[in-house]
Design a binder for this molecule. Structure first.
Ligand code: LIP
Length: 273
């Protein structure tokens, strides 16, 4: 299986880079924008076109594989993770950034086999950073090996905590309360607007943790492996094992930071993917 995964990964990396060229071209143009769940949940023509491109290229080479793509699911498609090799795709993670021409935007492609992520690619075409991981082979950014931060005290850490796209009052109240607790307990908070890149920043060691409620499996599939292969941990914000379909995640450089962060967070239960 190891050689096969490497082959899948290499092909997907080529496809991600090709898709990145389309994202880069469209980034500097006027965008054709639509809304999904609410006025703050955006999709552009580029999201749809890039997802179609990625799925077509992967399907051509791996016709038996399954797919979970953000825009196909938003349009009513299936979101089912089985034991079959499944490509989990976010064509543009950080769509709001893309719309506003903020460079923190990326293509995220994760490959699950037996429901476990075995390869991950987070390609940021505007930032010029490509994060990759294959299970058991480490995590890299532009071919440089990544290692998480060694800080063990949250009070010395920099934490990423996102607002997300939900505008439901109760959800927002809990998020704001969480934000206050986190800011009271660390060096500072950041929000870059892309879950996949947020996770890669933990993998890179520049941030100690990232926590978010409201994300989807396509936002975190690739990032999960990249964090783990860089030596970090990915769990549920409650501290339990992560459930990729539960719409919430905590990534940290180590168990100590994960526990400290988890102990001050109030959790939100959301409809599963
Ligand atoms: C976005 C995430 C971001 C989160 C938003 C949204 P999209 O993904 O990456 O971190 O805060 O709620 O889910 O929609 O740009 O692919």
């Amino acid at each position: 299986m190891g050689d096969e995964i490497q082959e899948y990964f290499k092909h997907a990396l080529m496809v991600a880079k090709e898709a990145g060229e389309r994202v880069k071209t469209d980034f500097y143009r006027n965008k054709n924008i639509s809304v999904k769940e609410n006025f703050a949940d955006l999709v552009t023509e580029t999201d749809t076109a890039v997802e179609e491109l990625i799925v077509a290229k992967l399907k051509q080479r791996f016709p038996d594989h399954k797919f979970i793509g953000e825009e196909a699911v938003s349009a009513g498609g299936h979101c089912e993770l089985t034991d079959s090799p499944t490509w989990i795709i976010d064509p543009i993670d950080g769509t709001t950034n893309f719309v506003h021409s903020v460079p923190h935007t990326c293509i995220s492609i994760g490959l699950a086999v037996n429901k476990e992520i075995v390869a991950g690619i987070v390609h940021g075409p505007i930032l010029g950073e490509t994060f990759t991981a294959v299970k058991g082979h480490g995590a890299f950014c532009n071919d440089v090996k990544l290692s998480v931060s060694t800080i063990q005290d949250l009070k010395q850490g920099l934490v990423i905590i996102e607002g997300g796209t939900s505008r439901v009052p109760g959800v927002l109240d809990t998020k704001i309360a969480n934000l206050k607790k986190v800011v009271e307990n660390c060096h500072g908070i950041r929000a870059y607007g892309s879950a996949a890149l947020d996770m890669c920043f933990v993998a890179k060691g520049s941030h100690e943790a990232y926590v978010e409620h409201g994300i989807h499996v396509w936002d975190i599939a690739a990032g999960k492996l990249i964090v783990e292969e860089a030596g970090g941990i990915v769990c549920d914000p409650s501290g339990d094992a992560v459930d990729l379909m539960s719409r919430r995640v905590l990534a940290a450089c180590n168990k100590e930071i994960a526990c400290q962060l988890s102990s001050i967070i109030t959790n939100i239960t959301l409809e599963r993917d």
